[in-house]
Every structure is written in structure tokens, then in C-alpha cells.
Design a protein around this ligand. Structure first.
Ligand SMILES: *Cc1c(COP(=O)(O)O)cnc(C)c1O
Length: 426
């Protein structure tokens, strides 16, 4: 399938090029002109998860990846489950945190790394990525030790949880990490700026593993089908999905799943106080504010990168904009919701709580709600422990890295410093 640059229709690339380059000219995102409609949704839902993912993904990648390689990539990528857990009669959490770094970002990062491996070339590439918390760990883990690939991860200094940080700053080898004096939006801006420097892009073989990379979104499309398939048959009629959103990659993947034909009735975009999109949906005005630090820090994004993709699907009538509503959840509401969930017998974390709040407030009696559980509660151990007044055991992946030394570098949010760092990489 061909992918178009949403800012420059003349730039048309195949999947391989889109994965390798990340971003198109003028910082435009790559996206299919038209999402196909799959005719056999009921059959797909019956299939085993790897077979189903194969049937979904081959529509997008078959030009560059043959069937047997794709099967292998899928086996390696979806090596852990997406698991639907019931939290009340009509409400379910789709738990996406059973991968190696305990957040849904593992799906996209693993798929991207496995695709790049299958396109292997001699020329070294440098993956430059910004993280609001969880992408860093997922990307670092997926690419650690791969030959010919260097990874540079930018994160906002002091604005992500200690355990989130330790999961990627302690690896070393081909994983370089930089604490930037600034917000996630500043980090994201530095990444975009780098891609504007043709010489830099060429010289260091620059690529991005942010959700601007289409491969990550495509992997995420699959778990919407899987969540749906785990619902009891009688609950599949009127399914509402609430997505805790920051950069809006996850929601975009859900909307792609619906456009492919998965019969989701409507979506709720739940944000924390960084509510650019909910305000936009209400007023029609796009006016990002200064980024605010919250307890759901992986969603502290005020200029969501993936919004143009969602907007494109609406503008081209591939997705009906009436089927998306937004809502912002403040800090107190997040904490209250976390407590309410706990009282229902479900231990969650702030991001999923933001989504649950949006879902619970809007769900009608005849609807079934799914909210996405994007990270393991222990990744936000101190926040969750404080709010719920409980002690959380540390999963092994976190316990292992919490003892190790933080190897991150530090810079200001100045592009010159970053450019020098990239040119100096060995
Ligand atoms: C990245 C992240 C989000 C936001 O996902 P987007 O695709 O950026 O909207 C939500 N929750 C957690 C735990 C995350 O790591």
C-alpha cells in the first residue's frame, strides 16, 4: 500500500520507505490515502490472534514484506497478550501492559524494530525519538543490541517517573539518552527540527521511532480487534472505546480499526489537563497552551503529533467526526477515579483512570465500554501507592533496572547542542 505525505500529496512512498524515514517533507506525516474495508470481520474475530494480525497487517505491508517474513515479525512482536479484564457489568479494561516494558508502547516499538530488521541494510541508522515517559523504554528495549542501529532518546528532565526513566537510561551500549531542560513538546520540536536538516539526516541516517512512524500505529490497530474479540458475543453490539490520549497515536490506531470495519460504535478521547483536542472538538479552535505537568505524565502533550491523521480521516469522510467526543480530566478527578476503580476491585494507574472517567461518565445503559489500560500500575508506583494508600510489589523488569546507574546526558532545549551530539555519535 502506498502512503502519502499529508502535507505534500506529491510525496508518495511505500511502507518500507515510510518506516525508514519516519517523517516526510515539511514535517508531513505519512498515511494511506484510503483505508481499505475488510469484508470478513466476523471471521477475523474468530481467528487466533497471530493469524488475525497477519490478515490485518498484510493489507498495509505486503508490497515490502513477504508472507513468511510477516508471520515471523508477528510472532516476535505479539509475544505477549492484550488482555480484556472486566471491571463492572458493562465496563472492561483492555490491558496493554503485559510486554517487556509494561506499557502499550511495546507493541509499536517491537513491530517497528522487527520491520527494520527485516529491511536490514549495511548503512547505520540513528533512531531519534522523544518520549513523554513510556516510548523511551519500549524503543530502547526493542532496539537494544541491534547491529547498525543507534538510538537517541530525548526526555523532559524531571518530568517523568523515576522508574519510567530508569527503564531506558540504564541500558547503555547503542542506547543514548538525553535529559532535556524543557517539556515533552520541546523534545518533540527538537526531533522535528532535526528532520528539517537534510545534511544531518543524511550524515547520521536519521529515523524516528515516535508515533509519527506509521509502523507503530499499524501494530496498535491489531489490539483493538483483539479486545473486541474477547468480549462476550452479546456485548458486541454497541461498543464504546475510551482512549487515554497524549500524542493521539493510540486513538488514531483505534479509528483505523473502525475504518477497516471493526464495528466500534463510538470513541471517547480522554485527556488530562493538557486538553487541546477536547477544547478543539468543542469549539473548533486549535489553541495549544503551555504543557502542564500531571500525574498521568505520559499524556502531558499539548501539541499532539498524530492529530492531522485523525483530522484527515474525518475530512475525507472515512470516519464520521460525530463518533468522537473528547473530555479533559483534572488531577483530583483522576485520583478519585483511581480510588473508585480500586473499590470495585481493580487496581489501575493514572492514565487508564483518565480514560475510565471519560467512559463511565458517558456510557449509556445499553452500551458496552472498553477503556485502554496503557501502563502497568507499578510503573507509577509512588503515585498509585500514595493515592490508594497501598503497597505495590515491583515487577521484575522494574526491580532489575531500579538498582542500575542512570547513564543519561543533559542538554538545554537548544537545537545546536543536539545537532552536535548527533554528529559526534560513533
Ligand atoms: C504514551 C502513553 C499514552 C498516550 O498515548 P498516545 O498514543 O500518545 O495518545 C497514554 N498512556 C500511557 C501510559 C502512555 O505511555
Amino acid at each position: 500500500m502506498k502512503l502519502y505525505n499529508l502535507k505534500d500529496e506529491a510525496q508518495v512512498v511505500d511502507f518500507e520507505t515510510a518506516v525508514k524515514t519516519g517523517l516526510g517533507r515539511n514535517q508531513g506525516l505519512f498515511f494511506p490515502k484510503e483505508i481499505p474495508t475488510l469484508s470478513n470481520i466476523d471471521e477475523l474475530l474468530e481467528l487466533d490472534v497471530h493469524q488475525r494480525n497477519f490478515q490485518i497487517l498484510k493489507n498495509f505491508v505486503s508490497e515490502n514484506i513477504d508472507d513468511s517474513s510477516l508471520k515471523q515479525i508477528i510472532d516476535q512482536t505479539f509475544a505477549f497478550p492484550s488482555q480484556l479484564e472486566k471491571v463492572s457489568e458493562n465496563e472492561f479494561c483492555l490491558e496493554l501492559f503485559h510486554g517487556p516494558t509494561l506499557a502499550f508502547k511495546d507493541f509499536g516499538a517491537n513491530f517497528m524494530a522487527n520491520c527494520l530488521k527485516s529491511f536490514a541494510e549495511d548503512k547505520p541508522i540513528t533512531i531519534l525519538t522523544a518520549t513523554s515517559g513510556d516510548t523511551g523504554a519500549a524503543v530502547a528495549h526493542a532496539f537494544h543490541g541491534l547491529e547498525n542501529i543507534r538510538v537517541v532518546i530525548l526526555f523532559p528532565k524531571g518530568k517523568i517517573s523515576e522508574l519510567q526513566q530508569k527503564m531506558f537510561t540504564t541500558l547503555g551500549d547503542n542506547i543514548h539518552t538525553i535529559a532535556v531542560e524543557g517539556s515533552f513538546d520541546d523534545c518533540q520540536q527538537l526531533v522535528k527540527q532535526s528532520f528539517d536538516q537534510t545534511e544531518l539526516v543524511e550524515k547520521v541516517g536519521l529515523n524516528s521511532a515516535n508515533s509519527i512512524n506509521i509502523s507503530r500505529l499499524l501494530a496498535q490497530v491489531c489490539y483493538y480487534f483483539d479486545g473486541f474479540a474477547q468480549l462476550p458475543e452479546e456485548k458486541r453490539e454497541q461498543v464504546v472505546v475510551a482512549v487515554p490520549s497524549g500524542n493521539f497515536g493510540n486513538l488514531c490506531a483505534g479509528i483505523i480499526a473502525k475504518t477497516l470495519g471493526l464495528p466500534i460504535k463510538r470513541f471517547i478521547a480522554s485527556t488530562n489537563l493538557n486538553d487541546t483536542v477536547p477544547r478543539y472538538l468543542q469549539t473548533g479552535e486549535w489553541s495549544p497552551k503551555e504543557t502542564i505537568a500531571t500525574i498521568s505524565n505520559a499524556m502531558d502533550v499539548s501539541k499532539p503529533n498524530n492529530w492531522p491523521r485523525i483530522e484527515y480521516l474525518m475530512e475525507t469522510d472515512q470516519f464520521d467526526s460525530n463518533l468522537l467526543t473528547g473530555g479533559a480530566v483534572n488531577e483530583e478527578q483522576t485520583a478519585e477515579t483511581l480510588k473508585a476503580l480500586y473499590q470495585q476491585g481493580y487496581t489501575s494507574e493514572p492514565h487508564a483512570a483518565v480514560a475510565y472517567k471519560g467512559l463511565h461518565d458517558s456510557l449509556q445503559q445499553d452500551e458496552t465500554g472498553i477503556f485502554l489500560g496503557t501502563a502497568h500500575p507499578a510503573k507509577f508506583k509512588s503515585t498509585v501507592e500514595e493515592i490508594l494508600a497501598i503497597e505495590l510489589p515491583l515487577p521484575k523488569a522494574l526491580a532489575d533496572c531500579s538498582e542500575k546507574k542512570d547513564l543519561s546526558h543533559q542538554t538545554s532545549a537548544d537545537f545546536g547542542e543536539l545537532a552536535k551530539f548527533l554528529y559526534d555519535l560513533k
